[in-house]
Ligand binder design. Structure first.
Ligand SMILES: CC(C)(COP(=O)(O)OP(=O)(O)OC[C@H]1O[C@@H](n2cnc3c(N)ncnc32)[C@H](O)[C@@H]1OP(=O)(O)O)[C@@H](O)C(=O)NCCC(=O)NCCS
Length: 347
């Protein structure tokens, strides 16, 4: 009979070997590169160490549920929560109820159990457990070049034709527009960003607390990706930020707008950040910009700036335990602030 308990430092090698078996060698190498930062250096880590649940059978580890602890703001009230991630059960022990035990143990020990970007099997298990399903997180894309709408599955003449007929529209939506505020590139989030969060965090029905400690850990110290960070400055104080990076994908070059924040009613501020990201994306020769956003006001402004909605692959489940919320709470995420930067999605 398996038992579930917390990770100890001498479990590391066995957990790595299990990871390699379940997710393959490339994913295991990438996981090793991130591990210390992701689990040990999280500013929200508990005093007892990383919050990782293991299924053991005697001395053998046969399953894991790792988590990323975060502070979560629910209608302005802060609670402890955690993103679940890197859940795995040894292949020969799957479909025997171990995943169920791991998911429930995690849920009993966190104020909010949160899952983003699920695999087919974990999604099914969440459904079986009747976790509230609030996703997917809407995905939006802004085209910048005639290559933006290309599809590898289309023959060359079709791609050429689509590029030709959509070019005037792409030129219109991607035309440069003036910034209406001061934007500075930064390599450190100072205390002004904690004050910004204190001012605006309460406006969201749900959001991970984005204070300076969290932002520096997530976007400055990450060992596996290098982000650019633009800060919107007003009267020498931060009024918002945008985190982005440029990537080469098989279909072309993409700028990922990974995370952002302004007060939701700061229309000029958010549009200024979007225009900054437009310039940066063009300077880096990107064909399009892609972002994920739940909040209706941000999405409206994204659409106004030339973004359009595409199918999202980022499923999202959330179960709030520490405070009582009504079933209505989960019906719409229009007032929630969730982005690609949340959980460990951008990796
Ligand atoms: C997700 C995972 C941890 C679940 O663990 P498990 O021990 O197999 O889960 P349980 O036996 O407790 O629950 C089984 C339920 O999960 C779902 N499920 C598990 N594996 C599934 C699969 N391959 N296809 C579809 N549904 C699956 C089903 O709802 C299933 O219920 P059923 O057996 O009555 O149909 C395990 O399948 C796994 O390690 N998968 C590979 C790694 C992975 O995808 N991790 C998630 C990353 S987000």
């Amino acid at each position: 009979m398996a038992e579930i308990d917390r990770y100890r430092s001498d479990d590391r090698r066995q957990v790595e070997a299990l990871y390699r078996r379940v997710f393959g060698p490339d994913a295991a190498d990438a996981n090793r590169l991130r591990w210390d930062w992701q689990y040990r250096r999280n500013p929200n880590m508990a005093a007892e160490g990383p919050l990782i649940w293991l299924a053991r059978e005697g001395a053998t580890i046969i399953g894991q549920y790792a988590t990323m602890p975060v502070r979560v703001s629910i209608d302005g009230q802060d609670i402890d929560g955690s993103w679940g991630m890197d859940v795995m059960v040894a292949p020969e022990r799957q479909r025997q109820g171990l995943g169920d035990m791991l998911f429930r143990t995690w849920d009993r020990h966190t104020g909010a159990s949160l899952g983003l970007g699920l695999s087919e099997s974990s999604h099914r298990l969440f459904q079986k457990l009747r976790w509230p399903e609030v996703g997917p997180v809407p995905c939006l894309v802004k085209p910048l070049s005639r290559r933006a709408l290309r599809r590898p599955s289309w023959p060359v003449p079709i791609n050429r034709f689509v590029s030709y007929v959509t070019l005037p529209w792409i030129r219109l939506v991607s035309r440069p527009r003036p910034l209406q505020g001061e934007v500075r590139m930064i390599r450190h989030f100072d205390d002004g960003f904690t004050r910004l969060w204190e001012r605006v965090g309460g406006a969201f029905r749900f959001a991970v607390r984005r204070d300076a400690a969290y932002l520096n850990w997530k976007y400055i110290q990450a060992p596996h990706v290098r982000y650019s960070v633009a800060a919107l400055i007003r009267d020498n104080d931060p009024a918002g930020y945008a985190v982005y990076r440029h990537v080469q994908e098989p279909r072309g070059r993409v700028t990922l707008l990974v995370d952002f924040l302004t007060a939701p009613d700061d229309t000029a501020g958010f549009l200024t950040l979007l225009r900054w990201v437009d310039r940066e994306a063009r300077a880096s020769d990107s064909d399009k910009i892609r972002t994920f956003a739940t909040h209706e006001t941000f999405r409206k402004l994204l659409r106004k700036s030339g973004y359009y909605s595409v199918k999202s692959s980022m499923d999202f489940v959330a179960k709030i335990n520490a405070v009582s919320v009504s079933p209505e709470y989960y019906k719409s995420t229009d007032g929630w602030h969730v982005t690609l930067g949340d959980s460990d999605q951008d990796r």
